[in-house]
Design a protein. Structure first.
Length: 104
């Protein structure tokens, strides 16, 4: 089974920092923030094997961009699989209750 490499967009990196900051500072839960980030990152790492196990998004606009969605607790990881270079491209990591269709 081929392993894919991972690439995070700058927006995805910023999303992860913002999630950590919000939980650690605004909610005053630094330990929980660390645990949450570890959980999201661990789930992202699982995409190195069988990244197509999650379906393409149903929304036509997102489907055209080949975006898939991985749910991790209250967060959604949006990503695309590039088979030609064996890379999983993480586009965004967003809170599930946000208007994420307009943020992508």
């Amino acid at each position: 089974m081929d392993k894919y490499s991972l690439a995070l967009a700058e927006k995805a990196k910023r999303d992860l920092r913002d999630i950590h900051t919000y939980v650690a500072v605004n909610l005053c839960e630094p330990t929980l923030a660390d645990q949450l980030l570890d959980k999201i990152e661990a789930e992202i790492l699982t995409l190195r094997q069988m990244p197509k196990r999650y379906a393409l998004e149903r929304d036509d606009q997102l489907k055209q961009r080949n975006l898939r969605k991985l749910a991790v607790g209250n967060y959604l990881v949006f990503y695309a699989v590039h088979d030609n270079v064996k890379t999983v491209y993480i586009a965004r990591v967003l809170y599930a209750k946000r208007d994420w269709k307009n943020l992508l």
